[in-house]
Design a protein around this ligand. Structure first.
Ligand SMILES: [Zn+2]
Length: 189
């Protein structure tokens, strides 16, 4: 039997640990930290944006902000520059939950992941492209691609997603230039 959320919470809430973040080279902050109190379970999973395609931003806007699109897929940028050189999102055109992706799109997903990764890497001076899927905020199928700048070891690993908010936003012209490379590579690559 799986552990109930109530049992999970009861076991965990008084036993939270503080990992030695000051020893982690990739931790973005200085100073001590204290874990937040773990709030008890709620009665149901919080609603995600656009559940069931109702009031779904992507379904309402289609490919209007896409860098590239085909019959089944879109690649879209964030609405404004962030700290990393490129962050783009692969989405399906129709509304699907990640785990309900139909078989033909499942077969296309592997090649798409590599294709978008290559297009982001083509921007240059990219040490790695992080491919991430959480799906806790919005239901419409989406996968993140985050370019990590080359040769800055502090930015290695999963904290790059936090560094994206710590680093200053890219200058607009550079951001547009990088997105244009991604769009070109997706089109021609
Ligand atoms: Zn949708």
């Amino acid at each position: 039997m799986p552990e109930s959320p109530e049992a999970f919470w009861a076991r965990s809430q008084g036993a939270l640990r503080t990992p030695p973040v000051e020893e982690w080279d990739t931790w973005p902050f200085d100073g001590g930290v204290t874990p937040r109190a773990l709030e008890p379970p709620v009665n149901a999973e919080p609603a995600r944006a656009g559940e069931g395609g109702v009031d779904c931003w992507r379904c309402a806007h289609g490919d209007e902000d896409a860098l590239w699109a085909d019959e089944h897929w879109l690649v879209v940028p964030l609405s404004r520059p962030s700290g990393l050189p490129v962050v783009v999102i692969l989405e399906t055109r129709p509304h699907y939950e990640f785990h309900d992706l139909p078989d033909p799109l499942q077969a296309e997903l592997g090649p798409m992941l590599i294709r978008v990764q290559r297009a982001v890497r083509a921007v240059g001076e990219v040490g790695n492209v992080h491919v991430c899927r959480w799906g806790d905020g919005s239901e419409h199928f989406h996968v993140w691609f985050m370019a990590r700048p080359a040769r800055i070891p502090q930015l290695i690993g999963s904290f790059a997603a936090i560094w994206d908010d710590v680093l200053p936003p890219l200058p607009d012209a550079l951001w547009q230039e990088n997105l244009a490379i991604v769009a070109r590579e997706l089109r021609d690559g």
